[in-house]
Design a protein around this ligand. Structure first.
Ligand SMILES: CSC[C@@H](O)[C@@H](O)C(=O)COP(=O)(O)O
Length: 366
């Protein structure tokens, strides 16, 4: 996608052929800072501090993190250490485990001196695969938007989304936003309600920024406003991303997703979850077993933005000493989800639905 008019991806190999470039998402949209990762520690820090975030991008960054680690120590112990260390950085997005297991399986059978080159090659392939997978999710999701557009006679199709499941969360295109970009590019009149997504405001800071850059009509709304717009008939469709879908179709996504799904159910608004195959956790049977990341109280107690002096900083919004809790994700039961939009097509949010698209997979309870 484009950033200030220039085609960009969220992660790339620098011109030296081994260090890894990323966009620092902690200061967007106010400042565009590109960072260079040179060590596995840099990659781990980027994931933990959310310089990179979003399930697919976390996975690809971890893959490059293994490649950086292999430059320093490609022994069996070095590979084990890198996989364990990177895997500890964030618990909920299963793409992290998926990418690390892929790298381990690719590298372990190789001679030690072949591992670094093979790791770069594999990380590059995972990045390219993510681009094509997300593009295909968009092709499949576009049909839903086009169907609604056909019934609305030129009036805008209103899509609500939560958090950032856009191209900044992936390598390109995004998952939830890919159908939106493709609908807009196809000339469909589409408008997006963007949940601000407290506490870190990924909707305000990242999704609204992306849509603005691409010229897609949108309105930023307070998290609490979604149900109101659904009740009034102002939302045709919800599309969100996910960090992990369990074998029975339960969905973990950014905190607040569950409430949107409840409101959508009550108001009869279709609620779709867009995901690549790498987000399905076939080994975990139900959403209650997904580890939910707990983050710092500060993210709730403070709000980050551009200060009057132009710096990016934060302000305290509660009395000093106020205790807070900050679960970063919640679980939406499959029964509240209308369907999954994947690279292989659209299916019901259920064990059977997932199996219909991925017959070669076996789940824990299958
Ligand atoms: C295509 S990204 C899907 C999810 O990763 C996204 O919706 C989300 O919850 C991101 O959370 P974050 O905490 O910003 O990494």
């Amino acid at each position: 996608m484009k950033l200030d008019g220039v085609s960009s991806r969220t992660i790339w190999l620098d011109s030296d052929g081994w260090s890894v470039g990323i966009i620092d998402q902690t200061v967007l949209p106010h400042t565009l800072v590109r960072l260079t990762l040179k060590t596995v520690e840099d990659a781990a820090h980027a994931i933990k501090s959310m310089q990179v975030r979003g399930a697919p991008l976390i996975g690809v960054t971890a893959a490059y993190g293994v490649a950086l680690a292999m430059r320093a120590d490609a022994s069996d112990a070095g590979l084990d250490r890198a996989v364990r260390f990177l895997g500890e950085q964030r618990p909920t997005a299963v793409n992290l485990r998926w990418a690390l297991e892929d790298l381990r399986a690719t590298l372990a059978p190789l001679a030690v001196d072949a591992r670094a080159a093979a790791a770069y090659d594999r990380a590059g392939k995972l990045a390219e695969d993510d681009v094509e997978t997300c593009r295909q999710i968009g092709v499949n999701g576009l049909r839903l938007i086009a169907d609604i557009a056909g019934k609305k006679g030129g009036r805008p199709v209103n899509v609500l989304t939560h958090c950032n499941a856009g191209w900044l969360a992936c390598v390109d295109w995004g998952t939830a936003t890919s159908p939106i970009y493709q609908a807009h590019d196809a000339g469909i009149n589409v408008h997006v309600w963007v949940d601000e997504t407290r506490p870190r405001n990924q909707g305000a800071a990242l999704t609204a920024f992306e849509l603005l850059q691409h010229g897609v009509p949108h309105s930023l709304i307070a998290d609490n406003a979604g149900g109101h717009f659904m009740q009034r008939g102002d939302v045709d469709l919800v599309i969100v991303g996910t960090d992990r879908v369990t074998a029975n179709g339960d969905v973990a996504n950014k905190i607040g997703t569950y409430l949107k799904a409840l409101a959508a159910k009550d108001t009869g608004v279709p609620f779709y979850v867009a995901l690549p195959y790498s987000t399905i956790d076939w080994r975990t049977d139900r959403g209650a077993d997904i580890p939910i990341e707990e983050r710092s109280e500060d993210e709730v107690l403070r709000v980050q933005g551009k200060l009057a002096n132009g710096d990016v900083g934060s302000v305290l919004i509660a009395a000093d000493g106020t205790p807070a809790r900050n679960p970063a994700f919640d679980m939406t039961p499959a029964r509240l989800v209308t369907g999954f939009i994947t690279e292989r097509g659209i299916c019901p949010a259920s064990r059977e639905g997932l199996k219909s698209l991925y017959p070669e997979k076996t789940s824990a309870a299958a």
